[in-house]
Each structure stands twice: as C-alpha cells, then as structure tokens.
Write a protein that binds this ligand. Structure first.
Ligand code: SF4
Ligand code: SF4
Length: 496
C-alpha cells in the first residue's frame, strides 16, 4: 500500500556530489588477517569462546554472552586464532580476536538451517537471525527471545525499513537490489514479520526512484501490513528521531531507543542479511561497502569480509591516503577512521574519502563557486550542472551571527540552533536550555553546514548538553514523564 505526502520540516537534500558510488561491485579477495572486535553493533561486548592457537572456520561463533543484551560474533575467515587482545577503537577499547587466514574461500552454515527454509517454524527463524549476528545491526538491534535487544519481539508494533538514502553519499540502489536481491529483500521483510508478528512494516523509499517503488509495491501487493512511503530524500531522514514522527506520526522519546516505544528501524541491507541468515544459513561475515568521495580513484562497491583491515580496501584505490580524511558511513556525522590498520566492522556500509584541505580560504563567499554546495543558492553551482566538491574545509572564516535563520529553517527537530548556541557561547548554561529543548538536538550538524558565518553551531549545542550533564541536570526527565518507555532497565545496562 502506497502512502503519499509524508514529509518533515527542515532538512536538506544533498545532490550531485563528486565521488558518488557507481554501479560497479567487486569482491575483495579473502584477507590474510582479520581483526574481529567482540563488540560490533548493538549490545554489550561478548566474551571469547575460542583461544589463541584454535583453528576456526569462517562463520564459526567466536564470541557470545547469553547473560547480557548482546549478539554473537563470528570468524569471517578459515584460519587460526593468532591472538586475543584489547585494541583501541575511536569509541574505546574492545577485546578483539586476531585470526590468521589460510586463504581458502567458503563459510560454515548455521546449525539448524534448511534448504526447505520456507517451512521453518517461527522459533527456528528467530534463532537463526540471532545466531547469525544480524540482530546486532542498526540503532537498537532486532528483538529476539535471546536478549538481542532491550525489549521482546511481542512489544514491537512497527518496523521501519530505511531505503531512501538521505546522505551526501548513498549505496547505489542498483547494487543493493541487483539481480534477485529485490525478491530477497522482500523475503527478508517477511521473515522479520514472522519474528515480530504484531508489527506493521513501513518501507521508506526515495520518491524519485519510481521504478523501484513500483517493483516493491507489486512484490508486496498481497500483504496489507506492508506500507510504502515515497519520501523526498532529505538529510537527516535516516535518523530515528526524524523518520519515526514522519512515517508513524508518533512522538519520539529523545535520548532513548525506538525499541522503548515499540519501534524497530532497520536498513535495507539488514533485511537482505536476514534473508541470507535464514535461507542460506549465512552468518554475518561479509558486508557490501560503498567507496565514496573524491579521494578514491574509482567509486565502486566492494564485498568484503568483516574484520578486513581498512588499509586492504583503500590502498589499491587511493593514490595519496595521507591527503585524505576517511569517514565511516555518515559524511555529516560519521566517525573519522584514525587508524587504517583497524578493521571493517559488520555495521559499516560506506567509507568516504574526503580530500584534506586545511588552508584558510580568504573571502570564499565572494568567489564564483562552480563546484560549491550552497544552501542559500548564492553560488554558480546552484544553477549550472557541475558536480559539487566535498572536502574537509569550512570554506571561509568564522564571522558574527547575522541572524539569517538558516540554521532554524533546516533544523529537523524544530529547535532554535542560533539561540542555543548563543547561550552556550556566553556560558549561560542552566535549566533555560532544557526549556528551549536542547535535549532534542540529534547532532546532525546541518545547522553548522548551512551557517553562512561558518559558526560551529552544532558543536556549541553539544557542549551545552555536556555541561548540563556535568551540572547534574537530567534533561531526559521531561521525556520520561511523557512516555511509557519499555526496556528502561536493559537500556540502563547498555549506557553504563
Ligand atoms: S545539530 Fe541539532 S540543532 Fe543543529 S540542525 Fe541538527 S538537530 Fe538542529
Ligand atoms: S545560520 Fe549562522 S548566521 Fe544564520 S542565524 Fe544561524 S548561527 Fe546565525
């Protein structure tokens, strides 16, 4: 069923940037070594179930913890455990299993998988999804009876599948749904519904991809619980705080997970992994990663084993890695890859290579800007069809706020960024910021992006939120009072 005319106020549509990934996909060879962090995706770090010197198979479980909200982790290659040690990642130290690969291909199927998978019971499907590690994907995991999320499957009333692509760079839909993958995507959704039978499924698509919308509508015609939403692909539509109110017309509990109000938000790639887990018995050992941005020689997609060092992927495709900044997933708020010796994780879908451009640009606003993106449409690029540059420069110097209101126009959650930034800049941090709903900021960075005065608006707002926390002001109180949140105890355990 098609649902039209849903939109949110604010946001911004990025289009025609240099370095968008094309339709080519290649398979990366089996790596010589993989590093598998024992926490990847939703849930707590798990404990190793192998030891140094053990022979392992690709697809074999190497980490698990039945007693915590967590998901199993697998070896992605056939080989031998070389070491198990703590390693430093951008978000902290994580115990990691280092495996020396024997170079052979193939993987071990999950126990209980059947070629007659359409006849499997709901319980078996749920078990396969959990055992595969797929339940760890996306912002709050997939609920199963095995403690993979903060709530049980019966509490889920809505599943949102994100396939619109709202970022500067997005996975190509032609690659994502190539060949029989569109059918597999729909099977994946049907399997998810077997685990969460009380849920309606909402598929969010880019409204400009009419052929894809028609194909998905036709494949799901016999299921009135599937609803399709063709939306303007505006950033940051993929954020839970934006997509849930837009699609479900439901308020979001800022600071908490969608599962706490009975919603699961998943990516299209996750639905495909669900299909692979159940129909093929394939554990989550491989990802399709788009190589985006002008720093790469060729912008293509790579099928890669989880745990492959980032270097293995970028070295053949980047001439001068020292001139680039590498970012995972979101260009606007993704993590910078500080050490390219660290591994590709099972949650990743993009590596963006931006040219590092540190030198200041005097009077940037006065130049013609054939390749500059501009919210105010003051550059020639708004009228002439040139690809726009994406680099790390702010293109100008910080100036005083001119009260243009652009930051307020684009803010997707309806707060007033210039007001919040001014309070924080002047160190006027107290309850007044809670009254101005600072807690609704989702750190999308759009206010900073559009600011013509080059003010780091979002960074100021983040600083204000952190100061409130330091002062012991619990800004989540108004949220807790307005919602009946489920899974709070489990969530607390995860945020410690
Ligand atoms: S970073 Fe926060 S304040 Fe700025 S646009 Fe995004 S949600 Fe609004
Ligand atoms: S976009 Fe920048 S200059 Fe304009 S009101 Fe916001 S903070 Fe001020």
């Amino acid at each position: 069923m098609l649902i039209k005319n849903r939109r949110f106020s604010g946001g911004y549509r990025f289009s025609k940037f240099e370095g968008e990934p094309g339709e080519k996909i290649i398979e990366n060879p089996v790596p010589q070594k993989v590093i598998i962090p024992l926490k990847q995706g939703f849930g707590k770090e798990v404990v190793p179930v192998v030891k140094k010197g053990d022979a392992v198979k690709a697809g074999q479980m190497i980490g698990n913890d039945a007693n915590s909200v967590s998901n199993p982790v697998h070896s992605s290659v056939n080989g031998t455990v070389e070491d198990i040690q703590k390693m430093a990642y951008p978000d902290g130290e994580i115990e990691s299993v280092i495996i020396h690969s024997d170079g052979t291909d193939g993987w071990q199927a999950l126990k209980g998988q059947s070629s007659d998978w359409k006849k499997l019971s709901d319980e078996k499907i749920e078990e396969l999804i959990y055992l595969s590690g797929v339940a760890a994907l996306d912002s709050a995991g997939i609920p199963t009876r095995f403690n993979s999320s903060i709530v049980p499957p019966k509490d889920i009333k809505n599943i949102i599948i994100q396939a619109a692509g709202d970022e500067v760079y997005n996975l190509s839909p032609e690659v994502l749904f190539e060949g029989d993958r569109l059918n597999q995507f729909i099977y994946g959704i049907r399997l998810l519904r077997r685990v969460m039978p009380g849920a309606a499924v909402h598929i969010v698509l880019n409204k400009y991809l009419k052929k894809l919308i028609n194909k998905i509508s036709s494949l799901s015609r016999d299921s009135d619980w599937i609803k399709i939403y063709p939306l303007e692909p505006k950033y940051p539509q993929s954020c839970n705080e934006v997509v849930i109110p837009t699609v479900l017309k439901k308020k979001y509990p800022y600071g908490f997970l969608p599962a706490s109000i009975g919603v699961v938000v998943l990516s299209a790639q996750t639905a495909l992994h669900v299909y692979e887990a159940v129909a093929l018995g394939k554990p989550l050992i491989e990802r399709t990663i788009a190589l985006c941005g002008p720093g790469f020689d060729e912008n293509l997609h790579v099928k890669v084993r989880v745990g492959t060092p980032v270097n293995d992927i970028i070295s053949p495709n980047v001439k001068n890695p020292e001139d680039c900044r590498f970012v995972t997933d979101s260009t606007m708020k993704g993590n910078t890859i500080t050490d390219t010796g660290l591994p590709i994780q099972r949650t990743w879908s993009k590596i963006v290579a931006l040219r590092e451009k540190k030198e200041g640009e005097m009077l940037s606003f006065a130049k013609p800007g054939f390749a500059k993106d501009s919210y105010s449409m003051t550059f020639a690029s708004s009228f002439i069809n040139f690809k726009k540059n994406a680099d790390t420069n702010i293109h100008g110097e910080e100036r005083a706020c001119i009260s243009c209101g652009f930051c307020e126009q684009v803010c997707p959650v309806g707060i007033i960024p210039h007001l919040l930034f001014r309070y924080t800049e002047r160190d006027l941090v107290d309850e007044i910021l809670v009254i101005y709903r600072i807690y609704k900021c989702i750190n999308c960075n759009l206010c900073t992006y559009v600011c013509p005065s080059k003010i780091q608006v979002a960074a100021y707002i983040k600083e204000g939120t952190e100061k409130l926390l330091e002062m012991g002001i619990d800004y989540t109180d108004p949220v807790k009072q307005s919602f009946e949140l489920k899974g709070l105890e489990e969530y607390k355990g995860l945020t410690e």
